[in-house]
Write a protein that binds this ligand. Sequence first.
Ligand code: NDP
Length: 283
Amino acid sequence: MDTTSLPGKELAAAINADTKQRAAALAEQGAAPRLALVVANDDPASAWYVKSLNRAAERNGITCENVDLGVDATIEQIRAKLTELSEDASVDAIMLQTPLPKGVNLDDVSSAIAATKDVDGVSPLSLGLLASGLPTFPPATAEAVVELAKFHAIPLAGRHVAVVGRSNIVGKPLAQLLLAENATVTVCHSRTTDLPAVTSAADVVVAAVGRAGLIKAAHVRDGATVIDVGTNEDDNGNITGDVDAPSVTGKAAALSPVPGGVGPVTTALLMRHVVDAAQSARA
Ligand code: NDP
């Protein structure tokens, strides 16, 4: 069987074109949408991501301010800054980068981000609103999986989707978004017994694990769609997915590439959320 690729660049470009236009309209009415990126680490991967978000914001006409709290920032300091930014009317959107300082968990601080500015849906309130089917910003990566499937006309309604990974930022919100699309959802994790048996019963497999090449041919039934969220760095510094692409190719009907699949759509959706937040705040 031929395995079709599910690239994300064309979809990302279409989202960005719309975002750029809406950001320009907001700038004409007063001020460009403004995103605050809060960092409290010296992690090179995070620094790279912050740079790429800065570039994406600039390309879309969004003002991006990096707020560096340093690697020793405490829970109180991070919460205080997030509260200040949440109350600052000139800030439309807030993103908190991970990793956080030693001893600080995302749950300790994320609730200080106002839900209306929580453009990557990290706070417990955002996740709760999503689970309740109420308006909120879903985490962009989870939303990107659904948008990528829709763009490539992969049906979800009534189909069995196995999500591998149950983090609050990808697996769990993705399960909620898939339920909203009327999919039948199975969420797998490190304690799932016989993962290949579970995932190979699904029409669509989404890998969001963080283990390079974990999903192989045995995890996938003939003709299934496989969406790879994983971003793992190999020994040569290249980004690879959670799916063993050569193993799955020829068995799956479709596979999203890494890089160039979910990643660019995620960034584009984040920028769209910033403009959505700005538009709501100024309505
Ligand atoms: P986490 O480490 O928070 O969660 C990983 C999940 O995978 C956990 O639920 C864990 O189970 C599960 N898991 C670990 N090992 C296995 C295994 N052997 N079998 C089955 N399940 C397993 O990661 P994230 O959710 O933050 O990220 C997942 C991946 O997505 C990473 O590669 C990350 O880099 C990538 N990512 C990509 C983004 C993008 O824009 N493309 C953005 C965000 C993340 P348990 O709960 O039992 O521990």
